[in-house]
Design a protein around this ligand. Structure first.
Ligand SMILES: [Ca+2]
Ligand SMILES: [Ca+2]
Length: 82
């Protein structure tokens, strides 16, 4: 009885921990993308990227389909430190 209770407590803690792990980095990334996308058209232009020195330097590398804009998925796969 006692050990069952403890097990379910451990499980709850583990689930919460996994939850925090998976949600916070995504949130931070999303937040930066949104704040860089100043005209809110869903992509980051070269001009908008100038607000972030690292992104600005890496723009051509991050813009994998070379359309001159960084989409959210291109941004997400860039592995940029932020
Ligand atoms: Ca934009
Ligand atoms: Ca692109």
């Amino acid at each position: 009885m006692n050990s069952l209770k403890r097990n379910s407590m451990i499980l709850t803690t583990a689930v919460c921990f996994a939850c925090a792990l998976s949600s916070s980095p995504a949130f931070a990334e999303d937040d930066l993308f949104t704040s860089l996308d100043t005209n809110a058209d869903g992509v980051i232009s070269k001009t908008e990227a100038k607000a972030h020195s690292t992104l600005s330097e890496m723009f051509d590398m991050v813009d994998t389909n070379a359309d001159g804009f960084i989409s959210e998925s291109e941004f997400a796969s860039s592995g940029l430190p932020y």
